[in-house]
Write a protein that binds this ligand. Structure first.
Ligand code: 9WN
Length: 439
């Protein structure tokens, strides 16, 4: 039942070449959402997964950046703020896009799609695009210590995390002069405050006005973003291998990122962001600090310390992962990224636990499945009551449940790999899959 419902959400949110995160709240294509959605779609329609990724990379900029939003010209102006009229920029393909990025989880998604249904031709097609995405980050955002920076909380994907409160306090909120659209669909106490929104808009405007070049008043190194970059290099090494290319440069790059993270962002059982304006670590309690677990070469003692932190400070033994430590004063179980459990973040940490700590990974998958069974495919969940918050029928919640069930099983039934999705995908691999992109 749950699997059919997941596929139904993904079918309803499919726009012919990609999946909107949510029909009402997010009616365009988002970068890391497309990667997570592709991971789940691969379980019942690998073709859809490949199309989704190719469609996103169809809007890649010449400098290699993959914009965080690709706008659908058929969606009415004003359906989402800030829309194309705010960003004022187009990709070489002609698509209107934003000018900021999101964590590079796409190489991992491409590799996972290939594992479900091997397709070397797809890998050969997307590999240079994925390499260019990483090259942009190195050229435009890499510090001498080897870490990649972000210039906007939206680039972290965890926009309203309390980890950004301190760096954001240095940002002067601009004049309001805009109308928020998000509050039409979701209650104000589950979304960022107006004050935060004014800062987001001021930052995005300043970056836009610099020609999408100069970091402005917000400039930080985020553990999740950097872990995603490192995991992307690991995936690229495997992809290169299939393509008959040398995996070694990617392996070296992944190892260098792992070392840079440990050297610069690790302290006291958790990875922390670093504020490049002050040079200081922001010692917050964000679950983003656990995501370097994705990196296969993370030293054993750090893995053990992170697991200890996950158990003590994030109550991981209860089978859920809050986005922020419940023990911290900023924790809020219902407000966007300030404590609720998000399925994508849980999935990233689960990647790092599956082999090392199956005793913890199993209950985590069960926790996710029971949250959606109780509350549906909501955007986020109260980690104690599992009550759903944010929008409904949220794509990555549905997609990643398909992936977790495929690997972990359901209700005591064993993992079934792709058959999971095939059974649920009785709804049909529709003809509505256009593979027009990158043509
Ligand atoms: C801004 C689409 C996106 C996710 C982000 C999430 C939220 C947008 C917003 O929705 O951000 O990019 O309007 O709040 O924070 O992770 O990609 O689902």
């Amino acid at each position: 039942m749950i699997l059919r419902d997941a596929v139904r959400v993904l079918v309803a949110n499919w726009d012919g070449g990609y999946t909107v995160p949510s029909r009402r709240l997010y009616p365009h294509q988002w970068s890391w959402d497309s990667a997570f959605t592709a991971i789940g779609n691969a379980r019942w329609s690998p073709r859809r997964a490949r199309t989704e990724l190719l469609s996103l990379f169809g809007a890649q900029w010449e400098d290699g950046r993959v914009p965080h939003i690709v706008f659908n010209p058929r969606v009415p102006d004003g359906a989402y703020f800030p829309g194309p009229e705010f960003w004022q920029v187009r990709a070489p393909s002609g698509s209107a896009t934003s000018g900021i990025v999101q964590p590079p989880v796409h190489a991992l998604a491409a590799w996972k799609a290939h594992l479900v249904e091997p397709d070397p031709a797809f890998l050969r097609r997307i590999y240079p695009r994925l390499v260019a995405q990483q090259a942009f980050l190195r050229a435009a955002r890499r510090s001498p210590e080897g870490l990649i920076s972000i210039v906007h909380p939206w680039e972290s994907g965890m926009d309203n995390s309390p980890a950004w409160d301190l760096p954001l306090s240095a940002v002067r909120p601009g004049q309001a002069g805009f109308v928020r659209r998000d509050l039409n669909d979701v209650s104000a106490d589950e979304r960022p405050t107006d004050r935060d929104y004014e800062r987001y808009v001021a930052l995005a405007r300043a970056y836009r006005d610099s020609g999408y070049r100069d970091p402005g008043a917000f400039h930080v190194e985020d553990p999740l973003f950097n872990a995603a970059y490192g995991a992307a290099e690991c995936a690229l090494a495997r992809i290169a291998d299939v393509c008959g290319l040398d995996p070694e440069p990617h392996e070296r790059e992944a190892a260098a990122m792992t070392a840079a993270l440990v050297e610069n962002l690790y302290d006291d059982g958790l990875f922390h962001p670093r504020d490049l304006r002050t040079g200081c670590l922001v010692r917050s309690n964000s679950a983003a600090g656990l995501t370097p677990l994705m990196l296969p070469e993370l030293p054993r003692e750090i893995v053990n310390a992170l697991v200890g932190t996950a158990l003590d400070r994030f109550a991981l033994k209860d089978g859920v992962l809050p986005s922020f430590s419940p023990a911290a004063p900023e924790f809020d179980p219902a407000r966007y990224w300030r404590g609720p459990s998000w399925i994508n973040l849980t999935w990233l940490v689960w990647q790092g636990l599956k082999e090392r700590r199956p005793d913890l990974a199993g209950p985590l998958a069960d926790g996710v499945i029971s949250a959606v069974t109780q509350s549906g495919f909501r955007e986020y969940f109260d980690p104690f009551t599992m009550r759903g918050h944010g929008c409904r029928d949220f794509s990555w919640s549905a997609a990643l449940v398909l992936d977790m069930v495929a690997e972990h099983g359901l209700d005591g039934l064993p993992a079934a790999g792709r058959e999971v999705g095939e059974e649920a995908g009785g709804l049909g691999e529709s003809d509505d899959v256009s593979d027009h992109v990158l043509a």
